[in-house]
Design a protein around this ligand. Structure first.
Ligand SMILES: *Cc1c(COP(=O)(O)O)cnc(C)c1O
Length: 385
């Protein structure tokens, strides 16, 4: 096996703990749909889906038909898959054949799905995604009556699985007025659309932040991404949790991901020498540096040039000079025992120290999800306890 320059480990015990905590918040009867779009937020669909199944998850949500295909390749038979985003007409046949559920937000898609389903003699499983004020995708209010009548008339070809919406920024308390308007609109439209007795199997609106902090948004199913990976959706949601528990500190969510590499090369340099490209770092004293085989092409942000830190032998080693495409340098003057081949932690814990994903956002403007979801798919991922 040819070796990659870094590796990702995924903790099953952390995932189990996170899912249990979120389930406590939602109650046991709500379907937990694990959102695994963007290669499971960079954790890797292939290893992550079976891990989630070990924690009792049997429903997965993705952003595209291609991701649905990836989940189907990784899942156990019987786990459900739902597409919340892009689905091309040319993939409808594959989707219906594989009983993949999908969001519908216009009448054309409904007609097309009916036509394909009829031809195949198999039902399309649809969730009506309702426009409630987010103004992303969503079926306009004016088309709702028509859509429900269409589903009702074509019950032999369409399973009316869901009635749903997505909040526009529920992780931030500043958006609360907007979220409340969306929730009211959702209830009003649900009541109106079911007046004639045509009802969906499920109602759902909640993402991580909603499921953790706003019980009124938790209905029959929750679509949980960020928090299952042990990441808080925002400081607001963490603070609401603390308020709710009355604790000043609590850590019910544990990061699932650890990202590691190893030292590629070690060298001693003299005071006044420059390190790497350009003149952004000049040694203030004689020092020892380590070269790491990781750069911005591997997902390590260039914005951490002269700012980031990694862990070696449990100690923090600061990034010096620019992060290049495939390498960067760290100062190991205070870690004299470091040798080529020694383990380096880029994200995660080593002995008593920890590099958090949040620490990256402080220097880079990258939000948690942006950083992890961009970790290249080629990095090998493995499950650990
Ligand atoms: C990404 C996404 C979610 C999950 O959001 P998190 O905040 O990561 O839990 C839920 N619903 C939809 C429609 C999404 O696009």
């Amino acid at each position: 096996m040819v070796r990659h320059s870094s590796r990702i480990e995924l903790s099953l015990s952390a995932l189990n703990k996170n899912i249990r905590f979120i389930r406590e918040k939602t109650g046991p009867d709500v379907i937990f749909s694990s959102v695994v779009k963007a290669n499971a937020f960079g954790h890797g669909i292939d290893p992550f889906v079976p891990m989630a199944e070990k924690c009792g998850i049997r429903h997965f949500s993705v952003a595209s038909s291609y991701e649905a295909y990836e989940v189907i390749s990784a899942r156990k038979a019987g786990s459900h898959v739902m597409i919340m985003g892009i689905l091309y007409d040319s993939d409808l046949e594959w989707v219906i054949e594989n009983e993949v559920e999908f969001f519908v937000y216009d009448l054309q898609r409904l007609e097309k799905a009916r036509d394909v389903a009829r031809k195949m003699g198999k039902k399309a499983i649809v969730h009506l995604e309702i426009e409630t004020g987010g103004n992303r995708t969503g079926l306009p209010e004016a088309e709702l009556g028509k859509a429900v009548r269409f589903i009702s008339r074509n019950g032999d070809c369409i399973t009316y699985a869901g009635f749903c919406t997505h909040f526009a920024g529920i992780e931030s308390l500043a958006n609360q007025f907007r979220v409340n308007r969306q929730l009211n609109k959702f209830s009003e439209l649900y009541a109106r659309s079911t007046k004639n007795g045509v009802k969906p199997l499920l109602r759902h609106t909640a993402s991580s932040a909603a499921a953790l902090a706003f019980p009124e948004t938790v209905m029959d199913l929750v679509r949980v991404g960020t928090s299952q990976f042990g990441l808080w959706p925002s400081p607001d949601i963490y603070n609401l949790h603390l308020q709710h528990t009355g604790n000043v500190k609590d850590s019910p969510l544990t990061r699932v991901l650890t990202w590691k590499t190893d030292i590629m090369h070690v060298k001693n340099i003299k005071k006044d020498e420059f390190v790497g490209y350009g003149t952004s770092y000049q040694a203030e004293h004689d020092m020892t540096i380590a070269v790491l085989p990781i750069g911005y092409s591997n997902g390590y942000p260039r914005a951490l040039s002269n700012k980031g830190e990694v862990l070696i032998h449990g100690k923090k080693a600061p990034v010096i000079g620019l992060v290049n495409m495939n390498v960067f340098m760290v100062d190991i003057t205070s870690i004299p025992q470091a040798r080529p081949g020694d383990e380096v932690v880029l994200i995660g814990r080593q002995k008593k120290n920890d590099i958090t994903i949040r620490s990256f956002s402080e220097f880079t403007n990258l939000i948690n999800n942006e950083l992890v979801s961009r970790l290249p798919a080629a990095i090998p991922r493995s499950e650990v306890r």
